[in-house]
Design a protein around this ligand. Sequence first.
Ligand SMILES: Nc1nc2c(c(=O)[nH]1)N[C@H]1C(S)=C(S)[C@@H](COP(=O)(O)OP(=O)(O)OC[C@H]3O[C@@H](n4cnc5c(=O)[nH]c(N)nc54)[C@H](O)[C@@H]3O)O[C@H]1N2
Ligand SMILES: Nc1nc2c(c(=O)[nH]1)N[C@H]1C(S)=C(S)[C@@H](COP(=O)(O)OP(=O)(O)OC[C@H]3O[C@@H](n4cnc5c(=O)[nH]c(N)nc54)[C@H](O)[C@@H]3O)O[C@H]1N2
Ligand code: SF4
Ligand SMILES: [Mo]
Length: 694
Amino acid sequence: MGETSSVYSMCGMCAVRCSIRVETEDGAVKWIEGNPHEPGLEGSLCAKGSAGLAFEYDAERPQFPMIRDGERGSGKWKRATWDEALEYITGKLKEVAAKHGGRAIALSDRSGPFTDLTTSFLKALGSANYFNHDDTCGKNVDMACRSLFGFNSRAELAYDFANAGHIVLYGRNVFESLQVKEVNNILDGMERGAKLTYIDTRATVTASKADRFLMIRPGTDYALNLALIRTVLQERLYDPDFVNKYVSGITELENFVAPYTPEWAEQETGIPAQEIVSLARDFSSAKPKVIFHPGWMLARYVDSFYASRTLYILNALMGNIETKGGMIIAKGPSDAGRKPLQSLGAKIPEPKDKIADAAMKNKPFGTGHVVNLYKAIKTGEPYPIKAYFAYRYDPIASLPDPEAQKKVLAGLDLLVSIDVNYSQTGWFADVILPEATYLERSNIIGTAKGQKPSFVMRRQAVPPRYDSKPAWEIFTSIVHRMGAGEYFPYKSIEDIWNYQLENTGVKIEDFSAKGSVGLAKAAILQDRNALKFKTPSGKIELVSEDLAKAGFPSFKAYTPPKKPDKGSFRLLFGRSAVHTHAQSQNNIYLNELMPENALWINDAEAQALGVKDGDTVEVSSGGYRGKIKAKVTPHIHPEAVFMVHGFGSDIPLKTRSYQKGLSDTKFEIGLLETVDPVGGGVAYLECFVSVAKA
Ligand SMILES: Nc1nc2c(c(=O)[nH]1)N[C@H]1C(S)=C(S)[C@@H](COP(=O)(O)OP(=O)(O)OC[C@H]3O[C@@H](n4cnc5c(=O)[nH]c(N)nc54)[C@H](O)[C@@H]3O)O[C@H]1N2
Ligand SMILES: Nc1nc2c(c(=O)[nH]1)N[C@H]1C(S)=C(S)[C@@H](COP(=O)(O)OP(=O)(O)OC[C@H]3O[C@@H](n4cnc5c(=O)[nH]c(N)nc54)[C@H](O)[C@@H]3O)O[C@H]1N2
Ligand code: SF4
Ligand SMILES: [Mo]
């Protein structure tokens, strides 16, 4: 046996970033498992996490810096040294900064626990133009949450599924679109007797495990919720003490929902009125241990903001906040009486100009909409953006309409992709910088908020196999070459860690035992008699002052979603348990499990088109067409078809996934600027396709 060691780190096969333990022998990874010390994880990993080994030892990933050697997107590259690639990049950045100022440099990443590095990097270059993926994910849900509670839905709220009495999920396909801890907590809760209600346009694995599955007409969850709220109010099924103390605007709500009867909702949703009433009675009997999980799919229609608001209103009516089995306000270091990490940007002066979307619409509760970054690149308003870093982010694969995007991105003087794979954006970029993989690098320390907040660390397990570098080193080097080295004085990741930990009383060694450092001895719960919400009034605002100031109503009348024309269907998408977005399809192991996607189509509709299960069909929309196998099933709503996202890669260097299956984004023509007018989230599901036998 050679030299073995064991390191605690963080999985990087999806953005959940589960805590892991990695065993190595002679500098090679031998074994990866979930961190046995992590409650709720206890050693488990998902299939994608286990495929980390296949990813690490795959040669079909960028192995050295590459500079474009032909037209953008031509796939012609020349190999470069790091010195050449970084000189090329900083040469362009200097030109851009001289002409338009540092503000013309933008960066987007996936967001998460390490964004202090990217926002500080931009700050050092004099730019506030940091954007993340959220408009394409949970933005509307988050905005809805803020409008009611003042909390960020993801960072400031957690769900105590393990102790819940009734869990209601809207298209939240927890058993396939998964997060390992959450799955384990839900299974624990169900073992202890929690009921699971699942509402989706198709029967997923989660539907098969649910006590109650309701198939809903696409885009009508708002109608369902209005009728549920009406029933809860009329039958006085809510928590009166909680509502009287913490909720303002209940009379206005009652008046607003009055016309939305269960019988009316049946016409819209296809869910029988009886079912709606019995669901309302059923979950109310479990209050306050009821969780309505917002999911993300509600967030992808043009009126998702208001639909998501009704879902949070249901949570509030059940009085489930800050109680066992309910919605928990996530705690940070200061709630545990501890000091937070020191920001890498703490000593860097604020950029002169505000972020480029600050002046734009759709921002009652915040900025950083990546869609508005595209607008700014396209129009030069409010000022020009000429250089763009896509770091751990692949907009061409994840925003609608790749061709429309390329037209916008063509206006840049510099597009850089920093990735561990060849991404669709990388393929169109001027420079690809290969980051060392999650097993080959350390990251800055992150903060995990929750009932028991902690500091978390991703720590290098093995040396890089190719000529790649960790992000902290890439960004530090660019800042130095741009003449701002004083703001990034770090020579090693330990320098960064020590700086971050300076005032916290925590030392680097403290991470060795378990991989993270807990900041509270016991779970912290606020006093239920003295809850404070982060709204202007400190209450849960059904009638929101902030919304009114931004010129939006607190309650919006229901408008039915468009019905597809004959022979046409609404295109829905979602995940498979064995793939991550568009990044894993070429993984040897995961590719074997699922090499391509199929088109789910309702059996009666298929029959009318003469399509049988397994037939090849042609799908088309606005001039784009492609062929795919049909999965004919009764388990999808007749108005919709569905495909798993992430297939149909254009990159020949990824030989296993090249042109396998279809890409949903290519059908989403014209939707790049179609957003929910209040939340700002991208309305991907306002997409219709025609289907015919091929
Ligand atoms: N049509 C359609 N559009 C969608 C979706 C859909 O289902 N259908 N899903 C939406 C949702 S919910 C989301 S969250 C977004 C996701 O969109 P993205 O955030 O763009 O997707 P990811 O696959 O998480 O990651 C993007 C890139 O990060 C790279 N990457 C992974 N690990 C690392 C690393 O360690 N270092 C570096 N430097 N790079 C890394 C991957 O190779 C990939 O190219 O897409 C959204 N867009
Ligand atoms: N395996 C795996 N897990 C993941 C990810 C991954 O890439 N792979 N990505 C992570 C990310 S970033 C996210 S955002 C989450 C996404 O997690 P989810 O939002 O739970 O999952 P999706 O699979 O995107 O879509 C869920 C469902 O929404 C349904 N749906 C579509 N329209 C409607 C509607 O009008 N009403 C209702 N009620 N349902 C509708 C679709 O049929 C689909 O089954 O998953 C996370 N987990
Ligand atoms: S959910 Fe799976 S792929 Fe994602 S971080 Fe956890 S183990 Fe890794
Ligand atoms: Mo997402």
